[in-house]
Design a protein around this ligand. Sequence first.
Ligand code: DAK
Length: 262
Amino acid sequence: MSVAYETLLVEISGGICTVCLNRPQALNALNETMIRELDHLFDELAANDSVKAVIITGSGLKSFAAGADIAQMKDLSVEGGRKWAQLGQSVFRKIENLPKPVVAAVNGFALGGGCELAMACDIRIASSQAKFAQPEVTLGITPGYGGTQRLPRLVGKGRAKELLFTGMMIDAAEAYRIGLVNQVTAPEELLAAAAAMVEKIMKCSPFAVQMCKAAVNNGVDDELDTGIVYEAEVFGLCFSTADQKEGMAAFLEKRKANFTGR
Ligand code: DAK
């Protein structure tokens, strides 16, 4: 990447960009600089063809992100709060809609905005030490980065309301049980598990994966009738690609497909 970031460590290797939230002194809490840097970075990742997938994790063993930075938030005005919400929400939307897979490797606390960031990713893999909560009500606020919206979509309204109304913290096993995370691993295996997940995805047609992501993201909040119209569109589009020809030829020729993303 062309820019050195103050709050993010960014490494690209083998087509995978690993983004490490790096404010260990504040348990990687999301301050304005970090949000603005994520905004800039995800624009770069969208434009960088050498990056095929992204992993987001937190520095250290203790925390993925312990929420929005409370010290920075505490004196916000109503207007400031609204602006802060709009900025964060647009960045999280950018992450959610990046036309490449994004996996959260949740290494520790994913609280408030940290849990919301993980939920904006496509897939969540948690270390067995990870802890999740939306503790905003204990601070006198509501979640502001999509927690009231993404959490019920992932775990259902009843469980989401319990977490949102009480601010209770759950461990990785419970997060897995309710469908908040896809997989739980030993802490020392977390990044390898995230890389394995991403590599499995990268063996498939990048174009088809991108279309699946768009179809899920666009369709899941719509009527089924609208969603399946969108699905038919992206399905049709696949037949304009070299990947579809290669994938089907490879199957019939009993060999592995060599996808190019075109
Ligand atoms: N913000 C700022 N600093 C934080 C922080 C946070 N969220 N979390 C931890 N830190 C800092 C601590 O202040 C402490 O700093 P020093 O005292 O060393 O200077 C350092 O990180 C280590 O934390 P602790 O000493 O507290 O460590 P412990 O192991 O004892 O406890 C903990 C770990 C994660 C249980 C505890 O730190 C904790 O409860 N942290 C706060 C968790 C929390 O409530 N997170 C949710 C924040 S609210 C919105 C947009 C977004 C949001 C809301 C609205 N709009 C735009 C409207 C999102 C809100 C949130 O995320």
